[in-house]
Design a protein around this ligand. Structure first.
Ligand SMILES: *Cc1c(COP(=O)(O)O)cnc(C)c1O
Length: 240
C-alpha cells in the first residue's frame, strides 16, 4: 500500500478532494433536476492504509468501502465496527460469507444464488437480516460478476423471497471505457431492472449503487443513490 505522493497526508488530500467530489455530485444532481434527492458517498479505502480511514472519518465521511474481506477485516479490527458504516463492494467467496456478513453493514456484491443461500442461512441463524445489494452485470462483459441482465428480474426476485436476507437494492459496475453512451446504457440498464423488479415485488429496496470516480455524473443522472469513490478522494492506489 502506497502513501500519497510527496508528503501530503490523507487529511490534507481530502481537504481539497472532498469538496471537488461534493461539487461534482451537486452539479450532477442539479443537471437532472433531481434537486433535494441525496446520493450517498461511499469512500472506497481499499488499497490505502488506516490513515485514509481516519482522515475520512475526521472529514465527516461515515460510509467506507472495501473490496476484499481480508482487508475489510483488518481495517474493522483496527478501528472498530461501530466507527463507520462498512460496505463490502467486491466479490465474496462462499467460505468468507460469514465474515463478510459480520463485518459489513451492507454487501453490494451479492452475485450468485449460492452466496445468497449462504447469507440467508446466516441471517436466519443469527436472527438478524443480512443487508445486501444484488449485483447485476449490465455491461455483459465476461470479466464482470453479477446476475446477467436478462435473467436479473427473475433471479433477484427469488433472492428477495429468501428469509434472513434484506435486499436493499441493486449494484452494477460499468465497463472501463470512455464512451459515454456505453456507460449510460449500463446504468440505465440497472435502473430498468430495478423498476421492473419493484413492479413485481415490494421486497426489493430503493438503492441503486452505481458510479465510481470516472463515471459518477452519468450514474447520478441515471438514478444512482449511492456512489463508490476511491481514486477521486484518496488518489491512486498502490496496487492495480
Ligand atoms: C475500487 C472500486 C471502486 C472505486 O473505484 P474508483 O475508480 O477508484 O473510484 C468502486 N466500486 C468497486 C466495486 C471497486 O472495486
Amino acid at each position: 500500500m502506497m502513501a500519497p505522493a510527496a508528503a501530503e497526508t490523507y487529511a490534507e488530500r481530502l481537504e481539497h478532494t472532498l469538496p471537488l467530489v461534493r461539487d461534482r455530485v451537486e452539479h450532477a444532481i442539479r443537471s437532472t433536476g433531481r434537486e433535494g434527492s441525496s446520493v450517498r458517498l461511499v469512500a472506497v479505502t481499499k488499497g490505502h492504509p488506516v490513515e485514509a480511514i481516519d482522515a475520512a472519518l475526521a472529514a465527516g465521511l461515515r460510509d467506507l468501502g472495501e473490496n476484499r474481506v481480508d482487508e475489510l477485516e483488518e481495517k474493522v479490527r483496527v478501528r472498530g465496527r461501530e466507527a463507520a458504516r462498512w460496505h463490502m463492494i467486491g466479490h465474496v467467496q462462499g467460505r468468507k460469507a460469514r465474515r463478510a456478513a459480520e463485518l459489513a453493514h451492507l454487501i453490494h456484491s451479492l452475485d450468485s444464488e449460492s452466496l445468497a443461500e449462504r447469507l440467508s442461512r446466516i441471517g436466519v441463524d443469527d436472527r438478524a437480516a443480512v443487508h445486501v445489494l444484488a449485483q447485476v452485470n449490465t455491461s455483459g462483459e465476461a470479466t464482470k460478476g453479477g446476475f446477467t441482465a436478462d435473467r436479473a428480474v427473475e433471479s433477484v426476485h427469488r433472492l428477495a423471497e429468501m428469509p434472513g436476507l434484506a435486499v436493499d437494492g441493486l449494484m452494477t459496475m460499468a465497463p472501463l471505457v470512455e464512451d459515454e453512451s456505453v456507460l449510460r446504457a449500463a446504468f440505465a440498464g440497472l435502473r430498468e431492472v430495478h423498476e421492473r423488479l419493484r413492479r413485481v415485488t415490494d421486497r426489493v429496496g430503493p438503492e441503486l449503487s452505481m458510479g465510481m470516480t470516472n463515471d459518477l455524473e452519468i450514474a447520478i443522472q441515471e438514478g444512482s443513490t449511492m456512489i463508490r469513490i476511491g481514486t477521486a478522494l484518496f488518489g491512486a492506489r498502490g496496487y492495480a
